[in-house]
Design a protein around this ligand. Sequence first.
Ligand SMILES: [Zn+2]
Length: 194
Amino acid sequence: MHADATPSLLVRLPDGPIAQKQPSEPFYAIWNLLESVTDPEIPVVNLREMGILRAVRQTADGLEVVITPTYSGCPAMSQMHDDVANALSGAGVAARVLTQLAPAWSTDWMTPEAHDKLRGYGIAPPHASHCGASNANVIQFATRKGTANADPAVACPQCGSHNTTETSHFGSTACKALYRCLDCLEPFDYFKPY
Ligand SMILES: [Zn+2]
């Protein structure tokens, strides 16, 4: 029974293409099912687009859905787990939900669809993380990159102007900063790179 020692990774994002999934496989239905599970704080974006949904895989003990919540300090974290579990059980799917905290979630994992939807929702999408693409660098949690003026200008999601200014480092949630557009004068949230 050596074959079951390591779980086989059937679908994985964003490292592996979705195209690898086969309609005949049980995880295909799970993947589609989970398309309807949205971020608790941004209801227009689903967990796959956020990069939170990491894998649907077959283990020796059955199907397993792996999620990496956005911010480990976020109260939404357990809600994401419960939302996925409820979606699965609601559809009669027997699968475990595993919350994986390392490597830590990064805004770099958000898909282009997520960026578009955020903008449409009035939130400026995050720039690329300063910490680089290294998923192994979980220390980035503790780093606060000095001054805001080192960052490229944040575009206003309303009018597209780059003539914007940060009015508060913490917006509606700790994950976001509050900005104001100096052209259309609208305040908006900026999803901070992480
Ligand atoms: Zn504007």
